[in-house]
Design a protein around this ligand. Structure first.
Ligand SMILES: Cc1cc2nc3c(=O)[nH]c(=O)nc-3n(C[C@H](O)[C@H](O)[C@H](O)COP(=O)(O)OP(=O)(O)OC[C@H]3O[C@@H](n4cnc5c(N)ncnc54)[C@H](O)[C@@H]3O)c2cc1C
Length: 647
């Protein structure tokens, strides 16, 4: 009796060790590539009983994904300096490049391009796509023998959970795929709005953000027949600059430097007649300062520290505005004062501040009072900085134009001074450094329900607005386009109302006597992820089956802490699914990042590593515990505690 049972057991064990574990990575943008790199890196360090097949699936371009696809026009630029970008956690170690060890984006770019612009250069997005594909090639060429990668360029249209497996169906009709584990890193959502816009009559065309992402970032242009038309752009963020470039540079226009150093726009005649752009605040994103920060200089928070955040979080869900914002504001203003006061006076200021009684309630009044005694009136108010026209009204469009141009010029002057030197730019740069700290306070239940919603809808967007600015080049181009009369910015509270019959009317309640007739309206912003309405079929089928649910009604997919298993509608944790990046935005904060900071074991890589470690846990006889993860192999001088997170 016992022998047949033992035979059966040994057969099952053999089959278990022979059958490969199958993992589907849905989406091969930077997140997906990072997970694949980590799977290979972790497997290379382990001896496993089973092999692993990884299906790298992307509907647009396997290896880089749709945002970074390689055939897009060169004027679509990254917003991250090339020196701040890698996909390998360690530098080359003398042996072959492979998972774990390879060149940074900057090193790679320098090697392949005679026009490499230097460490602060902003690469065309398509070039970063080529680097991402190079990374996947390097990883695949040097895979550990028990791992195999299969590339699938197709759209996943359905996912069915069946008998312990996930069955994936594809748009092309190819055979369905059965896998043991899913990693969903599908990026920005898709929206049904596309079909609505397609149905619009040509005279009242409304191109939605879906169209912009799907067509414009897919290397295609916006419709070619926009010349002579009036275009409305809703949004003044990063996508606004993309669309603006497409409507000008993309149509043969040129920016030239005049003798006075100013930039002028030369029309090609193929651009629209008029571009009218607006947003709620009426103010374009502040620019990123010139890169004058000494190389290798780190940043250690003084007020908004990890310890303080951990202490507050240990008390249970908090209110961001009352518990955290004072410390964050103090951190920003401390940097502002450091650059405003002469070094010896700043030293005295710091000593006086340290001698005061600082608590959450008193830190900002105390800092203001001490700053006042050093002759500094009025500290930086982040919410006011993000809405400089709040409460203002303008008698004419000319008056508003003068006001906005004057503010943009001031911003350009600050940016030219440099993000290390100029007090305001140095202060706003702090917001970039402390993003990981903010996440520690906010992510996955750090705040009360009310505060989480306020953070996601107001405070978070304000911080992002002030700290994700485009390059100086884009600001100079913006001024040139206004100067040329091609671009008109609307005042605060811009609206684009559909006209009876055809077209739209653009105006701002804060600007009297101005409205513009618009032929085509473009939503120049990326849509916020929302699992409840996302029409991406992969997300939709998981959500409709109850396997995904929204976190606190925010639209972000509710996941556990690392390795990010979704929590089902019934509250069950799905430990063979991971959801990473953008789809979880709003449950976590500011996941719009597609790079690893060289020399730092940052959150981006740690997120991917956590998934890789969990995924191969069952394949490895004795798996290292979480504390040992990466300790030997992480980059020399890098710490596994994320201390920088730049994009
Ligand atoms: C215009 C723009 C510019 C940006 N610039 C920068 C920058 O300079 N630096 C930076 O750090 N971040 C930037 N970002 C932020 C961006 O979110 C990240 O860089 C990064 O692309 C996120 O990576 P991801 O892998 O999560 O998502 P994505 O890069 O969006 O990749 C997701 C992939 O999933 C695929 N996919 C989705 N659904 C399916 C399906 N059903 N079947 C098959 N495949 C599917 C998509 O085709 C896509 O390729 C930018 C974002 C935008 C919108």
């Amino acid at each position: 009796m016992i022998q047949p049972m033992l035979n059966k057991l040994s057969e099952a064990t053999d089959r278990w060790s022979v059958m490969p574990e199958r993992i589907a990575i849905i989406g091969t943008g930077p997140r997906g590539i990072s997970v694949i790199e980590r799977l290979a890196g972790r497997l290379a360090e382990s001896s496993t009983l089973r092999s692993l097949v990884v299906y790298a699936i992307d509907s647009v371009e396997v290896g880089c994904g749709r945002l970074w696809r390689t055939d897009q026009p060169d004027w679509l630029l990254m917003n991250t300096r090339c020196k701040n970008v890698t996909m390998f956690p360690n530098p080359p170690d003398g042996a072959a490049w492979r998972a774990g060890y390879g060149p940074t984006f900057m090193e790679w770019w320098r090697q392949i391009d005679v026009n490499y612009p230097g460490p602060s250069g902003l690469a065309p997005r398509g070039l970063y796509g080529k680097y991402l594909k190079f990374v996947l090639d390097v990883v695949e060429l040097n895979l550990p023998e028990q791992m195999h990668i299969e590339r699938v360029r197709d759209r996943v249209t359905d996912i069915d959970e069946h008998a312990g497996e996930y069955v994936l169906t594809f748009e092309s009709g190819r055979d369905s795929l059965r896998v043991d584990r899913l990693v969903v890193c599908s990026g920005y959502p898709l929206s049904k709005a596309k079909s609505a816009s397609q149905e619009s009559t040509p005279s009242s065309r409304h191109l939605t953000c879906f169209d912009v992402l799907e067509t414009f970032q897919s290397g295609l242009s916006l419709p070619a027949d926009l010349s002579g038309q009036a275009i409305g752009l809703r949004g003044l963020g990063l996508s606004f600059y993309d669309v603006l470039s497409e409507l000008t540079l993309g149509r043969g226009g040129r920016f030239v430097h005049g003798d006075d150093g100013d930039v002028r726009y030369l029309r090609s005649g193929r651009e629209p007649r008029l571009i009218v752009a607006g947003s709620r605040s009426g103010f374009p994103l502040p620019m990123r300062g010139r890169d004058d920060r000494p190389a290798g200089l780190g940043f250690a928070p003084r007020f908004f520290t990890e310890t303080r955040i951990a202490d507050i979080r240990a008390e249970g869900p908090a209110c961001f505005r009352t518990s955290y914002l004072p410390w964050l504001t103090a951190e920003v203003n401390f940097a502002y004062l450091e650059k405003t006061l002469a070094p010896d006076r700043f030293d005295s200021f710091r000593k006086q501040l340290d001698a005061g009684d600082a608590s959450t309630a008193t830190i900002m009044p105390l800092m203001s009072e001490v700053a006042h005694s050093f002759g500094v009136e009025g500290l930086l108010d982040l919410e006011a900085m993000a809405a400089p026209f709040r409460g203002m009204s303008f008698p004419t469009q000319d008056a508003f134009r003068r006001a906005v141009v004057s503010l943009v010029r001031q911003d350009v002057a600050r940016s030219e001074a440099g993000e290390f030197t100029d007090p305001v730019k140095a202060a706003l740069n702090v917001l970039r450094f402390i993003r990981p700290h903010i996440r520690k306070a906010v992510d996955l239940g750090g705040l009360t329900h009310t505060s989480h919603h306020e953070f996601i809808t107001r405070i978070g967007p304000t911080i992002a607005f002030l700290s994700t600015g485009p390059s100086l080049t884009r600001a100079r181009q913006l001024l040139a386009l206004i100067e040329s009369g091609l671009l008109e910015l609307l005042g605060p509270g811009a609206s684009f109302r559909a006209k009876d019959g055809a077209g739209f009317v653009a105006s701002s309640d804060a600007v009297e006597n101005y409205s513009a007739d618009i032929d085509v309206l473009i939503d120049a912003y990326v849509p916020a992820p929302n699992v409840d309405v996302d029409d991406n079929p992969a997300i939709r089928s998981l959500a409709d089956a109850g396997l995904l649910r929204s976190f606190m009604g925010t639209g972000g997919v509710q996941v556990t802490a690392k390795p990010f298993h979704p929590v089902t509608r019934d509250g069950e944790v799905k430990d063979r699914i991971h959801v990473l990046g953008i789809p979880t935005e709003a449950a976590r904060w500011f996941l719009h990042v597609g790079v690893i900071e060289p020399g730092v074991w940052d959150e981006f890589i740690d997120d991917a590593d956590a998934i890789a470690t969990a995924a191969i846990e069952k394949l490895v006889p004795s798996n290292p515990g979480p504390d040992e993860r990466g300790s030997e192999k992480s980059r020399e001088g890098a710490t596994r505690t994320p201390n920088k997170y730049l994009s």
